[in-house]
Structures are given as C-alpha cells and as structure tokens.
Design a protein around this ligand. Structure first.
Ligand code: ZN
Length: 105
C-alpha cells in the first residue's frame, strides 16, 4: 500500500482557475444587473432591454447612467455653454469702451 502514502493530488488545476481576477462589470442603472460586456458608450441591457449610457465627466471617470440622466446631463452642459456665450456677448456689447481701454495700453 505504498501509493497511499503519496501526497494527495496537488490542487493545481483549481487554484490556477481561481487566480483569474474577477472582471468588473458595471451594473445596469435600471435593474442593477451587471452589464456584460461593460459598455463603452451605450448598451442595451440584456436583462431589462433598456439603454444604459456611459457618461464621461471632466475628471474622466465613466458613469453608467439612464438615458434620461444622460440627456439631462448634456442639456445642462449646453445651457452652461449657452450662458457663457451670452455673458461674453453681453460683455462685448456692454463694454463699448473696450477699444479705448485697449488704446490706453
Ligand atoms: Zn437592466
């Protein structure tokens, strides 16, 4: 019975499979199920069939949001831009003495 004294089978196979890092899958903003594969811009959720959108903010972090949140975000951004443009225009027309101020230099 010499063979019983040998080492038990080394668990090489199972441990090598376990060592794979778990893939991070962002959850669907509607139903919370993981989106597989992770969306890059927009993906239809397999579980609920709704569109998940990827929103990249200025700090480059991507968020998965609902279509409504996505639209709202870009509407806000557009409003901000528009407000800035209007402010610029108001300054340009309001400060008629801009040229004279430049002449003073
Ligand atoms: Zn879903």
């Amino acid at each position: 019975m010499g063979f019983l004294s040998r080492w038990p089978q080394a668990p090489v196979k199972s441990s090598s499979r376990k060592s794979l890092p778990p893939k991070f899958l962002p959850p669907c903003p509607y139903c919370g199920k993981p989106l597989d594969p992770a969306p890059k811009r927009q993906r239809k959720c397999k579980a609920c069939g709704k569109n998940a959108n990827v929103l990249r903010s200025s700090n480059r972090r991507a968020r998965i949001v609902t279509e409504r949140a996505f639209d709202a975000h870009w509407r806000r951004e557009r409003d901000k831009e528009w407000a800035a443009l209007q402010e610029q225009a108001a300054q340009a027309t309001g400060q008629g003495d801009l040229q004279s101020a430049r002449m003073a230099y």
